[in-house]
Design a protein around this ligand. Structure first.
Ligand code: ATP
Ligand code: MG
Length: 762
């Protein structure tokens, strides 16, 4: 039981409390995930059968890491634990029980693209305005309904939903939902939300199934519980109802998926659901230095909705949090890349010790460009999965039809790829005939001569015969041999081979890569079932991190803050701290949305172990135009005593009219009336806290820009718009590049370039 030594008394108590309901709500880095990991190992050591343990994590990667650690403690038994994301665990359960709800066990999982394609077709067939019924909006509405367990029937009659202004303006939403559900069901397909929705349905309609899993899963654990939605909450509650051996861990301050239906009430309800609940508090942060913990605490203090908790670190104070200002997004990338370069060499770090976190995917471009220029290896996490690439989806579509011939989206995708002379009109005709005759499109395809003209029918029949031959093949060959056969005989491999463009070559190689992956899979010794059907079952649930061939490569990590949840890195850069970007424009309408953005900022900062750097740009390209940006209000809110400002970056000395002294020309456009985009907007109400960042508490006298520093001399007292009062220590250089070193009362010594400094002699 050596592993128990690696826990503090409170963590250990939570690990050893194996029976009954347990909840840990604690700040970032306090060891919540560690408690779950050790708790599972402890259960197994205490004689609990690994088959009786269910652990729900937020990402596949988290599950893999947890399993590895548990294996180190308890050995190979760990492979029998049911562990994974809600989606992957319940997809597995649904495959076992699919027949109970009228699905084939080979049901297809429709990814977001598939779902959108189905909806697009429905909206078109219903002759609806596709601007009013924009696919993304419709999908979001359906998704929200499912995550709240609202069926299409209830949706159509629910007054409250009808009264909702989105619904009233769009009275056909309920019918679209109905058609979508029918279409997916007919295709033997479930979308992501169905994996939870149908699990609920299964457990509700089939008490014997519920009973079976209540007894199977004697011990349940859920990480990142604050981000579960109602659908997930209910599954867990039902499964735990008999034994009540349930342990959830989370942090309300890190709830960042409300936009996707996550409900913080799930934490609060937990106490009501289990009156015997044992609550454990973890207060020590083992991840980060004191400065980082302090700054994170000062961020979250600005939120009204939060459970107050104490978080402290016993690590060293560490570096202050550096704030870097850039004049453009490209320059921001450059500053970050150069800083990484420098930190790495002075501190002897590896590339993988660094992470760059951003609010939106689009921000990765300028970062990537800068990293590439300096030859810094990097990897983007959470991006497009390997399995989302066109050619890969094409081949997988053949696999999908082979195992699930009802899979309409897969049929639409490849019935005429490679070209077989089956046009869109024929495809539409097939779908319409299927609808009319209440059969699946594949039945129309097999009996083409009954539904289609002679020549077209011939081509469609050949497609049907080919798929039927694949159905025989997969029964007789290994996963790899079958996959290779399908790639060849569908004509796909040849089509890609003949395309000699660079992209064509690349696509061909990707298919090879997929085939290699299948080969490795079919040779795995730890698996009993290794058919092609097993290989492709949960492919739709994989992200690009799950197919990482170079897992151990030494690279800088780039990702959105959302995907950084639960992770940690020695040095973290949080970039793009600008109004309308972070917080995002969409969040500015309500306090609760703004508070979610602030929690996101809290998540971002708490990923850092030893050094945190924050940056912003004063202008940025958006939709092809350069716009001026104001620093984020979040910068204003944090306690300046933990910050160190690095404003040494000079504007690019290009002839770009947006930079340089002309800046006043464009910054004066700022609606707030600020003198410049790089100043912090003046507070309308006094800020909540202590020393304001950049001495914003120091509300300066009017008229700082442009500053008049003619006649400035060493020893003079000055007032700076943000840094407050100070004394000039030295003056160096020649006009117009004179640098002044000034000692400011509030923030200490700074070197400023006079031509930019908002300075006044007092
Ligand atoms: P988050 O809220 O970000 O998910 P968390 O509460 O899950 O954080 P962990 O990831 O479990 O925190 O732990 C943070 C770091 O602190 C990890 O590196 C972990 O190994 C380490 N740690 C936690 N508890 C201890 C301990 N008692 N002794 C040593 N290291 C610890
Ligand atoms: Mg964690």
């Amino acid at each position: 039981m050596d592993y128990l030594q690696g826990l503090n008394p409170e963590q250990r108590a939570a690990v050893e409390q194996i029976n009954g309901p347990v909840m840990i709500v604690a700040g970032a880095g306090s060891g919540k995930t560690r408690v779950i990991t050790f708790r599972v190992a402890h259960l197994i050591n205490k004689g609990v059968d690994a088959f009786n343990i269910l652990v729900l994590t937020f990402t596949n990667k988290a599950a893999r890491e947890m399993r590895d650690r548990i294996t180190k403690i308890v050995g190979p038994d760990a492979k029998n634990i049911w562990m994974g994301t809600f989606h992957s665990v319940f997809a597995k359960l649904l495959r076992i029980e699919a027949d109970k709800i009228g699905y084939p066990s080979n049901f297809t999982i429709y990814d977001t693209d598939d779902s959108k394609s189905v909806l697009r077709a429905i909206i078109k067939e219903m002759n609806l305005d596709d601007k009013l019924y924009a696919v993304n909006l419709v999908l979001n509405r359906i998704s929200a309904a499912k995550n709240n367990l609202v069926s299409w029937m209830e949706y159509q009659k629910n007054d409250q939903i009808q009264a909702d202004d989105i619904a009233t303006k769009r009275p056909m939403l309920g019918t679209i939902y109905q058609n979508y559900a029918t279409r997916c069901y007919r295709a033997g397909a479930m979308d992501f939300d169905d994996l939870l929705y149908k699990t609920n349905e299964l457990l509700k309609l089939h008490p014997e199934v519920l009973n079976k899993y209540q007894h199977k899963f004697k011990y349940l654990m859920v990480d990142e519980y604050q981000d579960t939605n109602f659908s997930q909450y209910l599954i867990v509650k039902k499964l735990a109802a008999v034994n009540e051996n349930i342990c959830v861990v989370g942090d309300d301050a890190q709830s960042i998926y409300a936009f996707r239906g996550a409900n913080i009430q799930n934490i609060l309800n937990f106490e009501k659901d289990y009156p015997d609940l044992k609550v454990f508090k973890l207060e020590q942060n083992y991840r980060s230095t004191q400065n980082i913990v302090n700054i994170a605490n000062s961020i979250i203090a600005n939120n009204k909705d939060q459970l107050k908790k104490r978080v402290f670190s016993e690590k060293e104070a560490g570096d202050k949090i550096k704030v870097m200002r850039a004049f453009s997004d490209n320059e921001e990338g450059k500053l970050v890349a150069e800083d990484i370069m420098q930190q790495r060499s002075t501190k002897g770090l590896n590339w993988h010790d660094f992470a760059i976190l951003y609010r939106t995917n689009a921000q990765s471009r300028s970062m990537e460009e800068a990293l590439r220029k300096l030859g810094i290896p990097y990897k983007i996490y959470g991006g497009l999965s390997f399995y989302q690439r066109k050619e890969i989806k094409d081949l997988i579509a053949y696999f999908r039809i082979t195992f699930n011939p009802s899979d309409e989206e897969a049929i639409k995708r490849v019935i005429n790829y490679p070209r077989r002379g089956i046009g869109d009109t024929t495809v539409d005709h097939i779908i319409v005939s299927a609808d009319k005759n209440q059969v699946t499109p594949f039945e129309v395809i097999i009996n083409a001569s009954q539904y289609l003209d002679g020549r077209t029918a011939g081509k469609v029949s050949m497609f049907a015969t080919m798929i039927q031959s694949f159905q025989v093949i997969v029964k007789n060959l290994s996963a790899y041999e079958a996959a290779l056969h399908i790639a060849q005989h569908s004509g796909l491999l040849k089509d890609l081979y003949e395309d000699k463009s660079v992209e064509g070559l690349n696509r061909y190689e990707n298919i090879q890569e997929l085939l290699n992956g299948i080969k490795e899979f079919s040779e795995r010794e730890d698996l009993e079932e290794k058919g092609l059907d097993v290989f492709m079952q949960d492919i739709a649930l994989l992200t690009n991190d799950d197919n990482d061939k170079n897992k151990d490569a030494d690279t800088v990590s780039l990702m959105t803050i959302h995907s950084s949840k639960g992770l940690e890195f020695p040095q973290v850069y949080v970039v793009g701290l600008e109004e309308n970007l972070f917080p995002s424009q969409m969040s500015l309408n309500s306090r609760s949305d703004l508070e979610e953005e602030r929690r996101l900022f809290y998540v971002a900062t708490t990923r850092a172990e030893s050094k945190l750097t924050i940056s912003y740009a004063t202008s940025r390209f958006k939709f092809g135009t350069l716009i001026s940006c104001e620093p984020s209000r979040f910068l204003d809110e944090i306690d300046a005593q933990y910050l160190e400002l690095d404003f040494t970056a000079k504007p690019a000395s290009s002839n770009n009219p947006f930079f340089g002294d002309e800046r006043t020309a464009w910054t004066s456009k700022n609606s707030s009336g600020n003198a410049s985009g790089d100043t912090f907007s003046k507070p309308k109400a006094p800020p909540v806290k202590t020393t304001s960042i950049l001495a914003k508490a120091h509300v300066p006298s009017a008229g700082f820009a442009p500053s008049d520093t003619t006649g400035l001399q060493v020893g003079m007292e000055v007032e700076h718009e943000r840094f407050g009062y100070g004394k000039v220590l030295t003056l160096e250089g020649n006009k117009p590049d004179i640098k002044a070193t000034i000692f400011f009362k509030e923030i200490g010594q700074k070197q400023l370039l006079l031509k930019f400094a908002k300075l006044r002699i007092v």
